[in-house]
Design a protein around this ligand. Structure first.
Ligand SMILES: C=CC1=C(C)c2cc3[nH]c(cc4nc(cc5[nH]c(cc1n2)c(C)c5CCC(=O)O)C(CCC(=O)O)=C4C)c(C)c3C=C
Ligand SMILES: [Fe+2]
Ligand SMILES: [Fe+2]
Length: 355
């Protein structure tokens, strides 16, 4: 008899708002070759000589604005998701962060200590990006190799257009949008460098080769973050019945000088206000838990710049967090796995025949 377990993966927060803790977290985050993908010596120079001397202080201040009495919102919300999830299932559920604590290796160890030998992996990212979904999974699989190479594992694919996820998003937004009392709903996704899209295109012949590449059927979309974000928006507005003039898709949180996915959220919010849009709602579907990027960058900085540019009413619609519809949706995925609806990763290669 095998023993099943679930691991939820997210990116993580610093342990506290102390500059030293934020520096340690940023070093781990930015030395990840899937986040800053320059060759190691250049990455080392960028991180240690250009970013770490100043950014930890600025980031620590930003974290202090959103920090709760008992810790980081991202960690606390993720733990609440874990608890809500565990209540729905009768198997162990652990939470592992890519950077910082609780660590992915520790979460795996806890599951193995409980005798788990069949693991369902749930990256809490609806969209595939090298710097979110991929790095979290690769990091876990390195821990699996170290701790129990023969562990049976099954991976939940990105769920960016799954009707259950879209339905949970629509229900979350409903109290804010159902009266139609807004000029624009902005879907703001965490950005990535444009270069990452091209790098992640397995066909080497699609992403960003034409302006509307994301609307053309192509196998590259299995790993195309921009396509997957656009699909989330398309499915959402179809389900919510929103006309084209009522919404926009933008990308936030850029870092460095190279071009990231556009349009940029910060510039768009100012432009919207300048064009006379008085009431704006923003939702951030790339995050399943509220965090620095939603609570500080959007709900504080975004609000300030929108109001300063002439806007009057601004709302950041909360992420899915521990909303019952979202937890039910994920619990349904676990039940599908338990019912054998996912293929296992084990495949027997054909015998090698010498010619
Ligand atoms: C959709 C999810 C995310 C993608 C894609 C992503 C890409 C990405 N991020 C950075 C740089 C930073 N991100 C930081 C924090 C952070 N990012 C995400 C999600 C995605 N990042 C989360 C959930 C968080 C954690 C927020 C929290 O509440 O703790 C940070 C640290 C904070 C700061 O100093 O701004 C950095 C730095 C890059 C460069 C990148 C793509 C290449
Ligand atoms: Fe990020
Ligand atoms: Fe694309």
């Amino acid at each position: 008899m095998s023993k099943q377990g679930v691991i939820l993966l997210n990116l993580g927060s610093p342990d506290s708002t102390d500059v030293a803790d934020v520096r340690r977290y940023l070093r781990e985050f930015l030395m990840d070759g899937r986040v800053l993908d320059a060759p190691f010596p250049i990455r080392w120079f960028l991180v240690n000589c250009l970013i770490l001397p100043t950014r930890p202080r600025e980031s620590a201040e930003a974290y202090s604005e959103i920090w709760r009495e008992d810790g980081s919102p991202l960690i606390l919300i993720s733990q609440a998701q874990q608890a809500a999830f565990a209540e729905k299932l009768d198997i162990p559920v652990e939470l592992g962060m890519r950077y910082g604590n609780p660590s992915t290796a520790g979460a795996l160890r806890n599951l193995l200590d409980q005798g788990v030998d069949d693991l369902f992996i749930v990256p809490m990212y609806p969209h595939y990006a090298m710097s979110s979904y991929e790095t979290a999974v690769v990091h876990l699989m390195a821990a699996v190799r170290e701790q129990k190479p023969d562990l049976k594992t099954t991976l939940l694919p990105p769920f960016y257009q799954d009707p259950g996820y879209i339905d949970a998003l629509v229900k979350k937004a409903a109290p804010s949008i159902k009266e139609g009392n807004f000029d624009k709903l902005v879907f703001s996704f965490h950005g990535i460098p444009q270069r990452h899209l091209v790098k992640g295109d397995p066909s080497h012949d699609h992403c960003l080769t034409t302006p509307d590449c994301c609307n053309t059927c192509h196998p590259a979309h299995a790993t195309c973050y921009r396509h997957q974000c656009a699909m989330t928006v398309e499915k959402f507005v179809a389900a919510a019945g929103l006309p084209k003039e009522k919404y926009m898709l933008t990308f936030q949180s850029r870092l460095g000088r190279e071009p990231w996915l556009q349009p940029y959220t910060d510039k768009t919010l100012e432009e919207l206000a300048e064009q006379g849009n008085k009431r704006v709602k923003v939702m951030c579907p790339a995050f399943t838990a509220d965090c620095l990027e939603t609570l500080e960058e959007i709900a504080m900085q975004g609000r300030d710049s929108f109001l300063e540019a002439g806007g009057e009413d601004f709302e950041q619609i909360p992420c899915l967090n521990e909303s019952p519809d979202f937890i039910d949706f994920l619990a349904g995925k676990v039940r599908d796995w338990q019912a054998g609806h996912y293929e296992t990763e084990k495949a027997t290669p054909p015998a090698y025949v010498e010619r």
